[in-house]
Design a protein around this ligand. Structure first.
Ligand SMILES: Cc1cc2nc3c(=O)[nH]c(=O)nc-3n(C[C@H](O)[C@H](O)[C@H](O)COP(=O)(O)O)c2cc1C
Length: 325
């Protein structure tokens, strides 16, 4: 599939996840075959007011590309200005958030609240499109709630306003993240527009990816939670979708620990040891899921403060594995 003129090398994309998909994690996912990655959501208003901490969210490593910077906001001019500022960081596309369900976002009319005013969605896409030379994509939900399922309408409006691709998360805002995602709405959006459509929601395995592509006709799938502590999911999905489909085995212990250690090293490089280690806690907990002795290792993960603590944890993980074998 293409986003604008950028040809993607694969059909599985890393979903934007606030607090998770920072540069260190995106780079790991890109290395394992994510065909594109998207930053955590960035506030257009914060960019407007030149907030000091916002630029960090937009920094992209060379190995992450193709990468999109995701913006949230509700005012077309502010979003257009923010999109221009993003260009300093070299994104391959700008993604507009029309799906976030969090109260502090929707109460300001941003995220999924935009779906309540489809015309405004169109105005935003048109303003951003006019402001930047890179492709503009939209990530939306099924609708605001079950009484207002309007992804097809919003997608058509965004396409008309110039959007280059659309990702659809098959849940309404009211459903947050829990009930099974509705893939039928993804199929309906795909039928309604000519630009590429990316399906999202509950793709956890290669089989899920294949089913979503088949059932909805979407051009690519987007994986969020299944990638937590599991960047191999991209490699596994790519292998299963290739011309000579293969089922790749899960990574062994050494591979898991090595990739995790590199990831955490990059995290500390970007954010310093103190913050890096505090943010590493959740990632390490995810990487350790399913390992022998995971419960006690995860307790250690929850207390990581220094690189020395992390080395200790690696040693304990290897020891726990040896003890059980
Ligand atoms: C922790 C977390 C943070 C998220 N942050 C964002 C975000 O910043 N922008 C966005 O568009 N979606 C965000 N999402 C939604 C995901 O991109 C995705 O749509 C959702 O998780 C469904 O996909 P999945 O079933 O593959 O996880 C977030 C989801 C999670 C779990």
């Amino acid at each position: 599939m293409k986003i604008g003129n950028t040809e993607l090398n694969g059909r599985v994309i890393l979903a934007p996840m606030a607090g998770v998909t920072d540069s260190a994690f995106r780079a790991v996912c890109a290395r394992f075959g994510a065909a594109a990655v998207v930053t955590e959501m960035v506030s257009a208003k914060a960019l407007h007011y030149k907030d000091r901490r916002t630029p960090e969210l937009m920094r992209l490593r060379a190995e992450e590309h193709p990468a999109g910077i995701q913006l949230f906001g509700s005012e077309p001019e502010i979003l257009a200005e923010a999109a221009k500022r993003c260009l300093d960081y070299g994104p391959d596309f700008i993604d507009l958030n029309m799906g976030c369900p969090m109260p502090k976002i929707v109460n300001n009319g941003s995220g999924s609240a935009l779906m309540k005013t489809p015309e405004l969605c169109g105005e935003i896409v048109a303003a951003v499109k006019a402001a930047v030379p890179v492709p503009v994509t939209v990530k939306m939900r099924k609708g605001w709630d079950s009484a207002s399922v309007n992804a097809v309408e919003v997608a058509r409006i965004c396409e008309q306003a110039g959007a280059d691709a659309i990702a659809v998360h098959g849940r309404t805002r009211a459903q947050l993240y829990t009930p099974p995602a509705d893939w039928e709405i993804i199929r309906r959006v795909k039928e309604a527009v000519r630009i590429p459509v990316v399906g999202n929601g509950d793709v956890c395995t290669p089989a899920d990816a294949a089913h979503m592509l088949e059932q909805t006709g979407c051009d690519a799938v987007m994986v969020g939670r299944a990638a937590l502590g599991n960047p191999w999911v991209f490699q596994q999905i790519n292998a299963a979708l290739s011309e000579q489909p293969q089922i790749l085995p899960p990574p062994g212990l050494f591979e898991r620990l090595t990739v995790m250690a590199r990831h955490i090293e990059a995290l500390c490089e970007d954010k310093g040891e103190r913050r890096g280690m505090s943010e590493a806690r959740k990632h390490v907990g995810w990487y350790l899921k399913g390992l022998r002795g995971a419960a006690s290792l995860r307790r250690m993960a929850g207390q990581l403060s220094t690189k020395e603590d992390f080395k200790e944890l690696l040693r304990a993980a290897i020891l726990a594995q040896q003890e059980h074998s």
